[in-house]
Design a binder for this molecule. Sequence first.
Ligand SMILES: Cc1ncc(COP(=O)(O)O)c(C=O)c1O
Length: 431
Amino acid sequence: MDAETAHKHARRLMDEAAALSGDETVALIEKHVAPNYGLLSRDPVVKAEGPWLYCKSGKKIFDGVAAYSAANLGHGHPLVREALKAFLGSHAPTVLGRFLPDPWLALFGRKITEMTGFERFLPANGGVEGPEAAIKLARRWAHQVKGVKGTPTILYADQCFHGRTLTVTQMFVEEEKAARDGFGPWPAGFKRIPYNDLAAIEAAVDEHTAAIMVEPIQGEGGINIPDEGYLRALIELGRQHNFLVIFDEVQTGWARTGELFCWMHEGPEARPDIMCIGKSVSGGYAPVAGILASEKLMKLFGPGSHGSTFGGCPISSCIAYAALHAIEEEKLVEQAQEKGEWLAERLAAIAERAPRIKEVRGKGMMFGIELTHDGPDGHHFTELLLEKGAIIKDTHHWVLRFTPPIVASKQDLEFALSCLEEVFCGQTADA
Ligand SMILES: Cc1ncc(COP(=O)(O)O)c(C=O)c1O
């Protein structure tokens, strides 16, 4: 196809999308797309900038969950947008077999290892591929290095969330029927332990233990923050009992909690053997994820052991390389610290006057607003907040997750606070 034909055809595609009404959009999704997600709104989002989403109807919504922390840099960060435009203009290949060298993967690989202090990076696509790869690596280490005979065991935490593939689906608690039922039998070699309970780990560890995998703060589980020192103690236990420690920073990473990664709050001794990353590593522009580990561990993944057609492809690598620069240029960590402290105070003041708020907890700009159980649950409040113009979404029925884009200005954040104030205290903030 020549360039002019392609241009005209692409224009028609854009016009087609622009002409779809809200009802038509919803009807097409409901007819043709698997019903594995329910819709909260019937007003399509057609534009996004920074923390704001713009709907077909003209309504403007504050994205108070930052697309589940994939948009820590806000939507459409200009540095990533410009890099992507230049990349496309350069006619670089968007995808390549990994048997061919690509300058973008070279630059991305160097940057991500320098920023995180790990020696090697394994690139992947969706966040869940991180835990999957980490489990494979831990099992191989258990068989080939630790010398486990039989089935190596991976310990995981009660109320964890690591994604939706078969391996990690069994990790949902039994009450989570929609997530679990009908998907068994489960792969062997996994053991659930309570979160934030070191004694339980000591009791569970045996000669088959390959690794423990935890989120440094449980996100989906309801913003559960472990005691100070828990992460460091896990590393210590791993050394004592010869098992690996995997931290899933897919949601807590990239400045969300006020450090580049959440384990960094506990100092360098809390560095895990394997770290899973995803979401904001691409500035929300593309599915990019993966794991980081030492040279020694990653060497267990020789050619043929693991891979993905699109993992580390040139276009993803270029996007992520630009997003990592944006994270530094924006001083995202400092922003999360400063605005996080300010938000914590403001949220605590709202909670004091809101009978239905039991507790507000958080770190950096990752907050959970826990509700009392004597009335409608979190979903009801999510709907009320959306009516006011903010997405602050329920998880586990009684907790609202508030994880706004870190680049949101205080003025933008004031809007979200005023929505919370109106919904929970019945009046507008003085902002
Ligand atoms: C801690 C954690 N791990 C893994 C995942 C899975 O990421 P994805 O949905 O991109 O597969 C998520 C998603 O929310 C997450 O919060």
